[in-house]
Design a protein around this ligand. Structure first.
Ligand code: XIL
Length: 375
């Protein structure tokens, strides 16, 4: 072989090797990952369910490893599950969740310490079923927070300390904590969490945060805590949204208003339902429950292209907003890995087929993932 021919073969080889990653990503759109695409902007997280935490669902765990760098437990750290009876803790799933996160270098958020829902009855009642005194309830809150936060001290990076304390009209939710202790339960929860792990970041988390009344009330609550010198590091906007609600402008106003308080802003439970919502279920009040009707479940046999496109566009509009405010947003977390397991298939109507997440039922990335990666 003469020297010229030799050289051109060499150049061709070099070009082939150099172009491979780019060509591959053009063909498949998935050779890079979401977490690489969003690197330096904000964490991109997902919620892990029992099938993932137990290691049974290896296919979706592969997606988590590839695309995400933050995790939260969908259920196993909630009080009814982690402390089903007073003083009896069920730490096994949470231990596994934390260990898996550490093994894979994830930012680990604990969800959630004080929440009216998925809380066991014993928390609020005595042996005869009567409501306990404020003193007893405060002691139980303290024990719960110290036991859970204390166990994962230095390992769980942040906690949703209080979840959903404000109603859509801006008033306090009249949950059992409020009825027995009054609004002071919120400050107490943050203080106990800080004592249990002074290094962990502490957040307030809620849904319908684009709603102006709720925005104002949450901002007022956080300001009050700050004035008292109570540590609060961030505000989580859950983000259980739809194709048409809420307005992006209102969502943006909340991002800005919360950031102005000097705390981190996070989108903590993002999913975009494509299904019709029964009236009055714009938020994520998990006690809402409507009877199944066929017309509320239009895509059981498959998703029409037009709706898939609408979902992609909606995802991209939200992410454009998040990217615009990347200086304020520290994390965007999806509420689940793939459509198959999403809670939205069962809320607020049981047994529907929804398509709210970024990966389909076979763990294939949707068009929105490809576009975010290509950005
Ligand atoms: C949901 C879970 O996804 C479901 O599996 C469970 O049955 C009910 O709770 N707001 C929250 C989350 O803060 O904890 C809720 O998660 C969804 C609404």
């Amino acid at each position: 072989m003469d020297q010229r021919k030799h050289r051109s073969i060499l150049i061709a080889l070099i070009l082939l090797v150099a172009c491979k990653p780019a060509c591959f990503s053009q063909e498949r759109g998935t050779s890079a990952s979401l977490k690489e695409a969003l690197e330096g902007k904000f964490y991109i997280g997902t919620a892990l369910n029992q099938f993932q935490i137990s290691g049974r669902d290896t296919a979706s765990l592969a997606v988590v490893k590839k695309h995400f760098n933050a995790i939260v437990a969908e259920n196993c750290m909630k009080s009814r599950i982690i402390q089903p009876r007073e003083g009896e803790f069920n730490f096994l799933p949470a231990d596994r969740f934390v260990a898996w996160g550490e093994e894979h270098g994830m930012f680990i958020n604990g969800h959630t310490l004080i929440w009216h829902s998925q809380a066991p009855n014993w928390f609020f009642t005595d042996r005869s079923g009567n409501p306990v005194s404020a003193e007893v309830l405060i002691r139980r809150m303290k024990n719960h927070i110290f036991s859970v936060v204390g166990r994962y001290k230095g390992r769980v990076h942040s906690w949703d300390v209080v979840n959903e304390a404000i109603l859509d009209d801006g008033s306090y939710r009249k949950n059992k904590f409020y009825e027995i202790i009054g609004e002071e339960y919120i400050a107490l929860a943050f203080e106990f969490a800080r004592q249990a792990d002074p290094e962990a970041e502490l957040y307030y988390n809620d849904y319908s945060m684009a709603n102006p009344a709720k925005r104002a009330a949450v901002a007022a609550l956080v300001t009050k805590l700050q004035r008292r010198g109570i540590k609060i590091d961030g505000i989580g906007m859950q983000g259980h949204v739809g194709l048409k609600y809420p307005s992006l402008d209102e969502f943006e106003k909340s991002i800005i208003a919360f950031a102005e308080l000097g705390v981190k802003v996070m989108i903590t439970e993002l999913d975009i339902t494509v299904l019709p919502q029964p009236r009055g279920t714009g938020g994520a009040d998990i006690s809402s429950n409507f009877k199944y009707r066929q017309e509320l479940d239009p895509y059981a046999a498959g998703l029409p292209d037009s709706i898939a496109r609408a979902s992609t566009e909606r995802y991209l509009s939200f992410f454009n907003l998040f990217l615009k405010h990347q200086d304020k947003i520290s994390r965007v977390t999806l509420w689940g890995v793939n459509d198959g397991y999403s809670w939205r298939n069962n809320w607020p109507v049981r047994g529907r087929t929804d398509y709210p997440l970024l990966f389909d039922r076979n763990n294939r990335p949707k068009a929105a993932v490809d576009s975010l990666i290509a950005k």
